[in-house]
Design a binder for this molecule. Structure first.
Ligand code: IMP
Length: 391
């Protein structure tokens, strides 16, 4: 998984990389996105600025992103410079300018009255899913700059109980007690959770029994997102209904003004062009709703149950593809027994889908669902324990 850091600050990059080194992340920075426009840090809180930056780069890059914002609050200055710490001595102020201004404002103030807190807000954003965590470090503003490591206010800031300025500490020493180190440890736990998530796409031709298999995974602890159900909810949306009526005529509506799905199916499953027309209306919305469900889910293992996962390009949403297979005869028999569809309708649906062979070729896992339920369950449990649960 890639993680984009919303910064070009090499000191911050070093600290963040060090704190997250155990995670299996490829860390990118703003240097990898030279066209990314500068984000104005105009929020009135560290929280707001961090979130603004993380959201902007996540949107721009389409990747998981992390942004931080820090601020120094000096008690003798009524909490200043706070959110304005970077621009304390002016818009283009250097670290030294800021430190000199701080020293001059605190001139003559005794050590016991130079208490300060440095805070950090870290936002992580991945599309709709986002979290903000905070970390703080209490300390004292020294009467002169000491040490040459670190950056920013490090040479003036002595963390409580350390007896040294942050600029006299190694990266690791500073990370253990610093505002950013504390926030990063919280962020790391969240990222660990997100990183160990596995999204499986479950597919198979009509009658293959994929919904039965989905239920088996659900019993083992997976969360199921049923693409059919998502599709039905999308059809209920006013703008979708209007667009479908515009393309297929008002006879597509039932007495209550809802889309008659079977009628729509009869049209599109005998005419490829019309099917494409319908797909172009509903697929983008189904995709974004599934994406939303994935990002808001708390589950570690999510299964997207979708008959046309591969045909619709839905494999871009999943980590692995699981195909449920059954012979043509078995599938036809199951459909005859369990569905109201006519043979002609079933033929139309089968024709619109990839062949089972094509699906199998793209499978990471295959479940042969030809024999007993017990036999299929055995295969599901094997995949679960060997490849899914402990991954
Ligand atoms: P920003 O998070 O880069 O906007 O930083 C705000 C201000 O806090 C800048 O003046 C930074 O130099 C300073 N700052 C940020 N992180 C640290 C740190 O780890 N130690 C000391 N100063 C910092």
């Amino acid at each position: 998984m890639d993680l984009v850091l919303a910064t070009k600050n090499l000191d911050k990059i070093k600290e963040i990389k060090d704190a997250l080194r155990e995670l299996k992340l490829r860390i990118l920075t703003l240097k990898d996105f030279p066209d990314f426009p500068c984000v104005e840090e105009d929020a009135d809180s560290l929280y707001g600025n961090a979130l603004k930056k993380a959201r902007a780069i996540a949107k721009f890059s389409g990747k998981l992103s992390l942004a931080d914002d820090s601020g120094l609050e000096v008690e003798a200055l009524g909490g200043a410079p706070g959110v304005l710490s970077a621009r304390f001595a002016g818009q283009e102020a250097s670290y030294e300018d800021n430190n000199l201004k701080l020293l001059s404002l605190l001139q003559g103030v005794s050590l016991d009255k130079r208490k300060a807190t440095i805070r950090c807000a870290i936002a992580i954003s991945e599309g709709n899913k986002e979290r903000v965590v905070e970390g703080a470090c209490k300390g004292t503003i020294l009467p002169e700059m000491v040490g040459s490591n670190g950056f920013g206010y490090d040479s003036l800031f002595e963390p409580e109980g350390s007896g040294r300025s942050s600029a006299q500490m190694s990266l690791k020493e500073k990370g253990k007690i610093s505002h950013r180190g504390r926030a990063l440890r919280k962020a790391k736990e969240i990222l660990k959770d997100w990183e160990s998530r596995l999204v499986l796409g479950l597919t198979g031709s009509i009658g293959s029994g994929k919904s039965t298999v989905a239920r088996m995974f659900q019993e083992l602890g997976a969360e199921i997102i049923d693409a059919d159900k998502v599709g039905h909810s999308v059809l209920e949306k006013k703008e979708v209904r209007e667009s479908i009526v515009k393309n297929f005529g008002s006879s597509i509506l039932d007495k209550e003004g809802k889309i008659e799905r079977r009628k729509l199916g009869k049209i599109v499953f005998r005419d490829k062009k019309r099917l494409e027309e319908l797909n172009s209306i509903i697929h983008p919305l189904i995709f974004s709703e599934i994406k939303r469900k994935i990002t808001f889910s708390e589950a570690r293992i999510i299964i997207i149950d979708a008959a046309i996962l591969l045909e619709a390009g839905g494999d871009s949403l999943v980590d692995k593809v699981l195909v449920v297979n059954a012979s043509y005869e078995t599938r036809r028999k199951r459909i005859r027994e369990s569905s109201l569809l006519s043979s002609k309708e079933v033929e139309g649906i089968i024709k619109a889908q990839f062949s089972q062979d094509e699906k199998i070729q793209r499978a990471d896992f295959l479940i042969e669902n030809e024999k007993s339920i017990k036999e299929s369950k055995r295969q599901v449990e094997r995949i679960w324990s060997k490849f899914v649960a402990g991954c």
